[in-house]
Design a protein around this ligand. Structure first.
Ligand code: ZN
Ligand code: ZN
Length: 424
């Protein structure tokens, strides 16, 4: 028996038209088939009244309670984008952004410059050192990048430069009393000022200024976190403001199941690599609504031949939610529904469909609303309930009721007959 876990990013939503959510409005005959012959429920990704990030939402779903296993986004982003991490490396997730002459952030994404522009600018700041600290910057996708900081003083206890808002730059501050945290925060601020000078005078930005485009003249960092010890694919020890010296037990060791991940976005590959999963790169996987869903589904079917557990991530729903475009979200859900048709013919496979969080089209942001979940299994393995539609309103009436994402892996182990016994 194998498990395919499909995480449809930001799938959950609130009513957008005629009192219905985008998932309710979408025509989803295949998802509904799974609901009809599966067990359904509604799940809180990280906890009641908490708005999940994609990072914490996925860690929970894969059975790693973020309270225990989350250290920060930097290492996840680095691992997912293929940047090599060595012991002692401090990593940040970065945005190329726009600041005015007084370091007020005026655009958190620098007007979303194209890939070539960002790649060119990234080259100019790829290796800019300050006293006792080496800073390595690499472009990942779009306006995004990863910063690696190397120094015997490097310390992950530093605050985010990115406040998620426009306005005055939130310069890095130490988050504890240690000398290293203070040194790291100071070095990061020095680097940012140096980088601003380099970017400001770059011909690309001179040209953007002429064309009245936002200049990509600053870097916003967030999610400081460090690989403390070991190698990611073997399980390793990490540190960050959210957790100190967290040892990650590999997914395969934790659950006795070989696991692989099919995803387009760096963060999701990063979460999978953090847990020691194999990453399957799929041509045409874009982490957006233009992704090649059929290619991802085929890659997942192939991966199930050699793995007991496959995690398939689909991102476009979250992108449409952030854009506040419920029609785009609804249409993309319908495309997902068509693309998953071949999965319904799989034998000896448990299929789980859920989301890492809700992304509300009205809020254009993640929300604390729980998400629907269905577990579909070969006959006799789950208690089929009366739910016959896969959506936020039907799901809570199902046999799983209300759960948390951290319960999902234990529930799956139970279905497989591998749950531990308590008592005699
Ligand atoms: Zn997400
Ligand atoms: Zn999102």
């Amino acid at each position: 028996m194998r498990i395919l876990l499909i995480a449809i990013d930001g799938l959950g939503d609130r009513p957008v038209k005629r009192g219905k959510t985008p998932l309710q409005l979408a025509k989803t005959s295949n998802l509904d088939k799974l609901a009809k012959s599966g067990i359904n429920g509604i799940s809180y990704p990280v906890g009641i009244g908490l708005v999940p990030g994609s990072d914490t939402g996925h860690l929970s779903l894969l059975g790693y309670d973020p309270e225990q296993f989350y250290v920060g986004r930097g290492v996840l982003e680095a691992l997912g984008s293929g940047v090599k991490l060595y012991e002692g490396d401090l990593a940040f997730r970065c945005n190329l952004a726009t600041v005015d002459s007084k370091f007020n952030v005026t655009d958190r994404r620098a007007g979303r410059p194209d890939e070539r522009t960002v790649a060119e600018l990234a080259k100019a700041i790829a290796n800019v050192s300050t006293k006792e600290f080496t800073f390595l910057f690499s472009h990942t996708k779009g306006h995004r990048g990863v910063l690696i900081v190397r120094s015997k003083f490097a310390n992950p206890m530093v605050s985010d430069i990115d406040s998620h808002n426009t306005g005055p730059t939130a310069w890095a501050k130490p988050l504890d009393q240690s000398d290293d945290a203070r040194k790291t925060a100071d070095a990061l601020n020095d680097w940012l000022k140096k980088v601003h000078q380099i970017l400001k005078s770059h011909p690309i930005n001179k040209d953007r200024a002429k064309k009245k485009l936002p200049e990509a003249n600053f870097i916003l960092t967030r999610g400081a976190s460090m690989l403390v010890e070991g190698q990611p694919h073997k399980g390793a020890v990490y540190s960050g403001p959210y957790g100190k010296n967290v040892r990650i037990q590999k997914f395969s060791e934790r659950y006795g199941m070989g696991a692989a991940c099919v995803a387009g976005g760096a963060l999701y590959k990063g979460v999978a690599r953090y847990l020691g999963m194999e990453i399957i790169d799929v041509k045409g996987a874009t982490a957006n609504v233009d992704t090649d869903l059929n290619a991802k589904v085929s890659a997942s079917i192939s991966a199930l031949k050699n793995n007991d557990f496959v995690f398939l991530h689909i991102k476009g729903t979250d992108v449409a939610g952030h854009d506040g475009d419920w029609q785009k979200k609804m249409k993309f859900i319908e495309r997902i529904d068509k693309a998953i048709a071949p999965l319904l013919k799989l034998k000896d496979t448990i299929i789980v469909v859920t989301a890492d969080h809700s992304t509300s089209c009205a809020l254009k942001a993640h929300s604390a609303d729980p998400v629907p979940i269905v577990i579909w299994a070969p006959e006799g393995m789950v208690r089929v309930d009366g739910v016959n539609k896969f959506d936020e309103i039907s799901a809570p009436h199902g046999g799983l009721g209300r759960i948390k994402h951290k319960n999902v892996m234990p529930i799956l182990l139970g279905i497989l007959g591998k749950a531990p016994m308590y008592g005699t």
